[in-house]
Structures are given as C-alpha cells and as structure tokens.
Design a protein around this ligand. Structure first.
Ligand code: ADP
Ligand code: MG
Length: 230
C-alpha cells in the first residue's frame, strides 16, 4: 500500500494521552481499520446512536481517569436492544463510580460489536536504542500468558511483519490450521500502517497500543487503542 503523505490533524505538539476515540481516529488516518464509535452524553442519545449503528452494540465508559475500562466495569458487550442500552448505561455509571469514585465521566461510547476468531495486540513505542518500534502479540486476556512479543523497527515492511506473525504461538490459528484461515493480509496491512504512525511519532517519546485488533476470516478491526505522546 502507498504511505499517506500529508496526514491532516497530525499528532499534537504538547504531551498528551489520546482517549480511545481520538486514538482510533488517528490510526484511521493511516488506514488502520477501526470500528465506528459514537459518544453519547445521555441515555436517550445512547439509544439513538445504537439504533443508527445497528444492534448488537458495545458500550464503554469515556473517562480520562479510567485506563483499564473493563477492570472498572466500564465495558458492556452484546447489547441487543434499546432496553439493554438503558440498563447498561446505568450499570456502567454505577460500577465506574464505585471503582473510581473521583473519575470524570465524559460520556459513554457506543460501538458496533465486532466478531472475530482471534484478538491481537499491536504496540509501539520509542526504544532508546532502536527508535520507533512495533510489537505484536496475542491480545485480550491472553496478553500476560504468552511469551514476550517480538520487536520490529518502524516503519516495518510487509514481509517482515508476516515473518513476525509466523513466529507467534497463535500463528496456526491465523493460518487456519484445522479451520478457516483468518485475514492474514489484512492483519499485515494494519500492522504496517500502524508502524507508519510509529515512525511519524518516532522523534519524540511516545507509546501506543491497539488492544485488541479483532481478527476474522475476512477482515480485522481495531476496537480499542490508546496513544501517549511526549
Ligand atoms: P479495556 O482494554 O480498557 O478494558 P476494551 O475496549 O479493550 O477495554 O474492551 C475490553 C474487551 O472487550 C476487548 O478486549 C474485547 O475483547 C471486547 N471488546 C471491546 N470493544 C469491542 C467491540 N467493539 N466489539 C467486540 N468486542 C469488543
Ligand atoms: Mg483494551
């Protein structure tokens, strides 16, 4: 794929941590596939957003004070109708207020529920020795259980990304060993594009992660991301 030249709305100059929605928007400017994401300020607006996206949806807390959203009760999956949106709205607020009493709540994000067979984590940071690097590993709840992810310098070439994927313990799942192969080329493309962002941020201190990139047979999509710059 061709690397985009002039990316509008480039990274901010001052130190910043972008929230999930802004992080995904920046990744989307590089062509990384991200799920649609609408932030609601009221329960009525949440229902409107869910209807316009189409059920099932996922609801997530939007707060600068809640980094691990599901640990704080801030993520609800598989929401199937208007009533479930209203119930999730209340429960997310109750649970997050209990878990992080001082949290500023900026709203609730409504997203389509992505389906997939595998979750990957794509991380990037400025390494003191190598400069901008990307790391890839199995994501979601598996992230702590699997061996240390391997590192690629950014920008990464598609061939290098594919070789890296082939060394992961989850490669047989991607390759469809005794099952349907997953969208490996789309995963390679998403990682290459994320590495372009890493390369562009590489002159300053930064880190970001996509966790998870949900991988299906025909596509992949980033459903959570966090970018810290400076
Ligand atoms: P956090 O990492 O802050 O706890 P996430 O946004 O990653 O919150 O959500 C937790 C988990 O919920 C994800 O790892 C993924 O398994 C699932 N999830 C989140 N968003 C979606 C989505 N849009 N579609 C499908 N699954 C999702
Ligand atoms: Mg996450």
């Amino acid at each position: 794929p061709a690397r985009p030249g002039d990316i509008p709305g480039q990274a901010p100059a001052a130190a910043a941590t972008l929230n999930e929605s802004d992080s995904k928007a920046l990744l989307a400017q590089y062509g990384v596939p991200v799920g649609a994401d609408l932030t609601a300020a009221s329960v009525e607006q949440a229902v409107q957003h869910a209807r316009s996206l189409g059920y099932p949806v996922v609801m997530k807390i939007v707060s600068p004070d809640v980094v691990h959203k599901s640990d704080a009760g801030g993520v609800r999956l598989d929401i199937q109708d208007d009533e479930a949106v209203a119930a999730a709205w209340r429960r997310i607020h109750d649970d997050v207020r209990k878990a992080v009493p001082q949290a500023r709540i900026d709203g609730i994000s409504i997203q389509n529920q992505a389906r997939g067979k595998l979750e990957l984590i794509v991380g990037a940071r400025r390494d003191p020795q190598f400069g901008p690097v990307v790391v890839v590993g199995a994501g979601g709840i598996l992230v702590e259980l699997l061996p240390t992810p391997l590192i690629l310098r950014a920008p990464a070439a598609p061939e290098a990304v594919k070789r890296l994927l082939q060394t992961l313990p989850v490669w047989p799942i991607l390759a469809g060993y005794r099952g349907t192969p997953l969208a490996v080329d789309a995963v390679v493309d998403a990682i290459v594009r994320a590495s372009w962002l890493a390369a562009d941020l590489g002159s300053q201190d930064f880190e970001f992660d996509i966790n998870p990139l949900i991988v299906a047979a025909d596509r992949c999509v980033a459903v959570d991301a966090r970018i810290r710059i400076g």
